[in-house]
Write a protein that binds this ligand. Structure first.
Ligand code: GLA
Ligand code: ZN
Length: 682
């Protein structure tokens, strides 16, 4: 039996439920704050992020601090047994600070300094801003380190963006100097003879020049680095007095930062997740959320927290669509199923004014517990208590998908080898995740430099860039018995975004896969291309499938051909190949294909690799399961992702933890229903 992971908040053995709580906005209404405590109990809430945008309340004037309101808040929350992630306030700076120290405001790409507005827009290299944030963070830590409500630190909020002030540009050039050692090496790595770009001084380098795509790539890497540096600076101030866990809220597949690097600074991962539920294909939405959770669990191979989600709607998406009945419950239990030990909201209560006054919240302007949304939240609160034994459960994934920010950036910043809109890096990773998810196969989402040990199957969709060591790790993985599936648009550049010479896939993968990709062709609907499986192929696949977006013209040099293209000047050439190596095998899929083909391919490869569903029962299509295991047992989380009722046939004995009794051999799931079953044999 698996061991139980330690709780997110030390010694607080509960699934976290709560959200962003802004009593700083309600200090003139003590009656409402009292009412909050009553409602929080009713909603089964036990954890709150406090003070995220409270800098003006913490420090109303330069060097003048006011903590009485926060003392009262933490005391009030502690009195009802709740815990607090206390936020450092760097996400929103006070107006007095912007006015007194203009240099804390960012300089935009056009060279103009921002006015004081909005949030998430401080200059990360500004010495004054760093001094101010260290001062407030240290005071907060000193005052509350041993407060019984304190559970951890919410560092800043949704770090993002860059600044083009002289300080930041100077920091970029110093970072480059350290990365490359000399201008000569930089010029070589960046291929700067191109368009007469050879630099003779680091001062000539400007990140706004996208013609040298490695320069643009390095600016993204630098942005990650300076964000991490700023975050470390914030954490160091907190660490003067407190060693409780720190986190910063991530935003899924946000393009602006390499979250794997931020993850290294976090004690636990937390994520903000706002699926757009108005889409027609609910299963697709649920699956894309599932993959995000899989990534957050995989980042530290331990439980994470869904720290922000909306209990109803958002006020910034294309459609202010309310979650339909059942969806909220499904979304929260799904997060726990994928490895979260907490499901929390933005926001506890709607403010009366400001940009987010119409954003969904647990408590509406009406103010009581009588709303539909409040009732649904309270039901989730009650359910989380009923399934509390699943806390700390591990997810043991036999398969992994590689999602890599560097590879994505290198791909997206290169003009080619297919056109920008067709690149679809995230969507392609999601497309490979989908059949695994639909088959209830636990899957990790990892970066290309992660450890491959322990997986039976690794899928590398469009892994454009091979960083040093990745190709070798793939070879070792396959030789030791692993199954590797790699696709078109992989193995094309090195970490400097420079193309490999000598044929793709590069860095030795031509030999591992036994293929040489000579050309990549992009096409549209006027030039449909399909592939057909070879008779008697080892996977037993049959039929023709449409390709979309692009294909590779491949020479099977030492690979076995499993399928070929039917159209174009490449008709008859390989579209899907395999090569055995040591105890394993390396599959190459030479084009992007639709869900039908991917499902057939991934399912058959899983069968061959011994990668199976986490639940022994065969589930009806559209019903998926996740498994978490800990010292107290095996917990299955099931979601019916269809709009029809579904009937489950259970061959084994389970207890329905939320209904509180043993299930029969037939269980009905309503449309969008969810269940948490504990295996009875435990
Ligand atoms: C983000 C922020 C929150 C809030 C929500 C609204 O996730 O972190 O402060 O603005 O969006 O959806
Ligand atoms: Zn700056």
């Amino acid at each position: 039996m698996m061991k139980t992971h330690a709780p997110i908040i030390p010694h607080f053995d509960a699934l976290l439920h709560g959200g962003d709580y802004n009593p700083d906005q309600w200090q003139h209404r003590p009656d409402i704050i009292q009412e909050d405590y009553r409602l929080q109990k009713l909603a089964g809430c036990n954890a709150f992020s406090v003070g995220i945008f409270a800098w003006t309340s913490y420090e109303p004037a330069d060097g003048q601090y006011e903590f009485d309101w926060l003392d009262r808040t933490l005391d009030g929350l502690a009195a009802q047994g709740s815990r607090v992630f206390l936020a450092t306030p760097s996400g929103g700076k006070p107006a007095w600070m912007s006015r007194k120290y203009p240099e804390i405001r960012r300089v935009a790409e056009n060279g103009l300094r921002d006015t004081h507005k909005r949030r998430h827009n401080h200059c990360q290299s500004s010495p004054v801003y760093r001094e101010k944030i260290a001062a407030i963070n240290e005071r907060l830590a000193e005052r509350y380190a041993h407060h019984r409500a304190l559970g951890g630190w919410h560092i800043s909020n949704e770090y993002s963006g860059s600044c083009y002030c002289d300080g930041c540009l100077g920091a970029f050039r110093r970072w480059l100097e350290e990365r490359y050692g000399s201008l000569d090496q930089l010029n070589r790595a960046w291929w700067t003879e191109f368009w007469s770009h050879r630099f003779t001084d680091f001062a000539e380098i400007d990140p706004r020049d996208e013609s040298i795509d490695c320069l643009a790539l390095d600016w993204k890497r630098f942005t990650t680095w300076i964000t991490c540096d700023f975050m470390q600076h914030e954490i160091a101030a907190v660490r003067q007095h407190s060693d409780l866990p720190v986190t910063t809220n991530l935003m899924g597949y946000f393009d602006g930062l390499d979250y794997y690097r931020l993850a290294e600074l976090c004690d636990f991962i937390s994520d903000d997740n706002y699926p757009e539920w108005n889409g027609p294909d609910k299963a697709h939405i649920i699956q894309s959320v599932a993959m995000t959770h899989d990534q957050h669990r995989s980042m530290k191979q331990k439980p994470f927290v869904l720290i922000e989600s909306t209990p109803s709607n958002t006020n910034w998406q294309s459609c202010m669509h309310h979650k339909r009945p059942g969806i909220h419950r499904l979304q929260m239990l799904q997060a726990i199923g994928h490895g979260a030990d907490g499901a929390m909201y933005f926001q506890w209560r709607k403010g009366q004014g400001g940009f987010e006054k119409f954003h969904g919240a647990v408590v509406d302007h009406e103010g009581s517990e009588n709303s539909r949304v409040f009732r649904e939240v309270a039901e989730v609160g009650a359910s989380l208590k009923q399934i509390a034994a699943a806390r700390g459960g591990h997810v043991d994934a036999p398969a992994a998908i590689i999602y890599d920010w560097d590879a994505r950036w290198g791909f997206e910043l290169s003009a080619g080898p297919i056109s920008g809109p067709k690149k679809q890096y995230v969507a392609t990773c999601q497309a490979f995740h989908r059949p695994l998810w639909a088959g209830s196969v636990p899957v990790d989402v990892i970066e290309s430099t992660a450890c491959f040990d322990g997986y039976r199957l690794i899928i590398a969709p469009q892994l454009f860039m091979l960083k040093p060591g990745v190709a070798d790790a793939m070879k070792r993985f396959v030789k030791a018995g692993g199954t590797l599936l790699m696709t078109t648009l992989s193995g094309i550049v090195n970490e400097n975004n420079s193309c490999f010479l000598g044929g793709w896939p590069g860095d030795g993968l031509r030999e591992l896969f036994g293929v040489w990709v000579e050309e990549t062709d992009e096409f549209n609907d006027h030039h449909p291309v399909s592939m057909t499986f070879a008779a008697g192929n080892r996977l037993g696949l049959t039929g023709d499938f449409a390709m979309n977006a692009n294909i590779d013209c491949v020479h099977a040099e030492s690979a076995e051909v499993l399928a070929t293209f039917k159209d174009g000047f490449y008709a008859g050439q390989p579209s899907f190949t395999v090569k055995e190596s040591g105890k394993g095998r390396a599959y190459y899929l030479a084009g992007r294909c639709g869900e039908d083909a991917l499902t057939a391919i991934v399912e058959s490869i899983c069968r061959e690799a011994g990668v199976a569903s986490c639940i022994p029962e065969k589930l009806p299509p559209g019903v998926v399961a996740q498994l978490r295991e800990n010292e107290s047992g095996r917990f299955y989380f099931l979601q019916n992702t269809t709009e029809q009722a579904q009937e489950l046939q259970l061959a084994h004995a389970y207890v329905d933890l939320i209904a509180g009794d043993a299930t029969g051999s037939v269980v009905q799931m309503p449309p969008m229903g969810s269940l948490v079953l504990k295996a009875k044999s435990d």
